[in-house]
Design a protein. Structure first.
Length: 400
C-alpha cells in the first residue's frame, strides 16, 4: 500500500474510533444498572432522552470547522501522540494547508522525516516550549495549536521538580502568551487523569497547566484565541507506558507490579487523536473534555499480556496512586454529559457556552474513578494492544 493510502486508512480508522468506543461503552456500569456511584438514580424519563438528542444535535451543529484551509502546529510533535496526530491529519481527505511539528529533538525530527513524514505541507521547527520567543515565531500565521509537549514520567518529575515546572507550567504559560500575541484562533492542551487530585509533581504541574489554559480565555479578553483542554488516561503502547515494560519483562518470566490493587484508565493513540480532533471542532473555550473510558487492574493486565509469567509485587513508587480519577467529586457540580463524553466547565463568572446547556448534569457526588469504572475486558485489551503493536506482535504475546 502506498504511504498516502496508508495515511488515509489510518485517518479513517481514527475518525471512527471514538464513535465505535462510544457505541460499545457509552454507558458505564453504574449507568446501565440505573445506579450512580453515590446511590443517586439515573434518569430514563422521555424528557432526559430528548435532552440527549438535542445535545447530540447541538454538538453536530457546532462542527463547522474545515481543516483544509487551516495551519496547525503541534508542540511535542515527535512524541507518541504528536506523531499519530500528524499521521491522521495528513490522511484526511482535506488535509490542513500546513502542519508544523514543533519539538526540541532534532534526531526524532530527522527520523520522522526519513520515516515518510515528508509531505509538502509538513514543516519541522526545532524549539522548546520554555522559549516564548521561539514559540511566537513558530506560531506566526498558525490557526490551531495542539499542545502535547510535556515531561510525563512520574519518577523523573519527582526527581527533577524544577525541570518539570519549567516545561509543564512555564511552558504552558509560554504557549498561552505566544498564541495570543501571534493571533492563533484555537489552542487545545493535552492533559492527564493525574491532574485530578494530584499525588505527584507531574500531576500537580498538569493541574496548574489546566488552570492556566482555562483562565487563558479571560486573559485573552474573551476573544481569540480560545483555550480548552482534553483529559484522558494511560495510552496503550505509548513510550513510557507499562505495556512495553511488561512485554520486555516477559522475556525473563517475571513481571513486576507496584501494588496488586492498582487500576488505570486506558485509551489507544487512535482513540486519543480522534477525540482531540472532535474536541477542536466543537470547543467553545474553557472546557475540559473527558472521554468515556474503561479501566483495568494492573495484575489482570499482566496476566493478559503474559499468562505464563510470575507476577511480583515490588511496592508503590513515590507519587504513585492506587487509582486514577478523570473527574473528581468536587468537579461534579460543573460537569455535564453530552454526546458520549463528559465536559467539565470552568467555575468563572465569564463562562457562557450555549451548546452545553443541552448537556445532562452528572448527579451530585459523581466521581469518575478507575476502580469504579467499567472494567476493560480481555478481548478489548487484546484489540487495543494489537492496534498499538500490530497483529503479528500481539499474536506473539497474547494467548487466546
Amino acid at each position: 500500500m502506498e504511504k498516502r493510502g496508508q495515511y488515509a486508512v489510518n485517518a479513517s480508522n481514527a475518525i471512527n474510533a471514538v464513535n465505535t468506543v462510544n457505541q460499545r461503552h457509552s454507558e458505564p456500569a453504574w449507568r446501565s444498572s440505573g445506579q450512580f456511584p453515590s446511590g443517586a438514580r439515573s434518569c430514563g424519563a422521555p424528557h432526559c432522552l430528548r435532552k440527549q438528542q438535542l445535545a447530540r444535535r447541538a454538538m453536530v451543529g457546532n462542527k463547522r470547522m474545515m481543516w483544509k484551509d487551516k495551519v496547525v502546529l503541534v508542540t511535542g510533535g515527535t512524541g507518541s501522540f504528536g506523531k499519530k496526530f500528524v499521521e491522521v491529519l495528513l490522511g484526511k481527505a482535506a488535509a490542513p494547508k500546513k502542519i508544523i511539528v514543533f519539538s526540541r529533538d532534532e534526531l526524532k525530527q530527522h527520523e520522522m522525516r526519513a520515516g515518510g513524514f515528508d509531505q509538502s505541507n509538513l514543516r519541522y521547527f526545532i524549539g522548546d516550549v520554555r522559549d516564548e520567543a521561539r514559540l511566537y515565531r513558530a506560531m506566526t500565521g498558525v490557526d490551531i495549536v495542539i499542545h502535547a509537549a510535556a515531561l510525563k514520567q512520574v519518577p523523573s518529575c519527582e526527581y527533577n521538580p524544577h525541570e518539570a515546572v519549567l516545561t509543564n507550567v512555564m511552558g504552558a504559560r509560554n504557549v498561552i502568551e505566544a498564541s495570543i500575541n501571534a493571533g492563533v484562533k484555537k489552542v487545545l492542551a493535552i492533559s492527564t487523569d493525574k491532574a485530578v487530585s494530584p499525588a505527584n509533581l507531574y500531576g500537580a504541574t498538569k493541574l496548574v497547566a489546566e488552570k492556566l489554559f482555562v483562565h487563558g480565555n479571560a486573559y485573552s479578553g474573551g476573544k481569540e484565541p480560545r483555550f480548552s483542554c482534553v483529559r484522558y488516561g494511560n495510552v496503550v503502547g505509548s513510550r513510557g507506558s507499562v505495556i512495553p515494560l511488561f512485554l520486555e519483562q516477559r522475556k525473563t518470566g517475571v513481571l513486576t507490579v507496584t501494588d496488586p490493587r492498582m487500576t488505570r484508565f486506558w485509551i489507544t493513540l487512535t482513540q486519543g487523536v480522534a477525540f482531540v480532533l472532535r474536541c477542536v471542532e466543537v470547543m467553545h473555550g474553557g472546557e475540559v473534555f473527558v472521554p468515556k473510558l474503561r479501566a483495568m487492574n494492573m495484575v489482570d493486565l499482566a496476566h493478559v499480556l503474559a499468562p505464563e509469567c510470575r507476577v511480583d509485587t515490588i511496592g508503590i513508587r513515590p507519587g504513585e496512586k492506587l487509582h486514577e480519577a478523570l473527574i473528581s467529586e468536587e468537579e461534579a457540580s460543573r460537569t455535564v454529559e453530552i454526546d458520549g463524553m463528559y465536559v467539565v466547565q470552568p467555575a468563572h463568572p465569564w463562562w457562557h457556552c450555549e451548546y452545553l446547556r443541552q448537556g445532562t448534569p452528572v448527579p451530585q457526588g459523581f466521581a469518575y474513578v478507575s476502580n469504579h469504572a467499567d472494567a476493560l475486558g480481555r478481548s478489548d485489551l487484546e484489540h487495543m494492544i494489537a492496534e498499538a503493536t500490530g497483529p503479528a506482535a500481539s499474536g506473539s504475546h497474547i494467548s487466546t
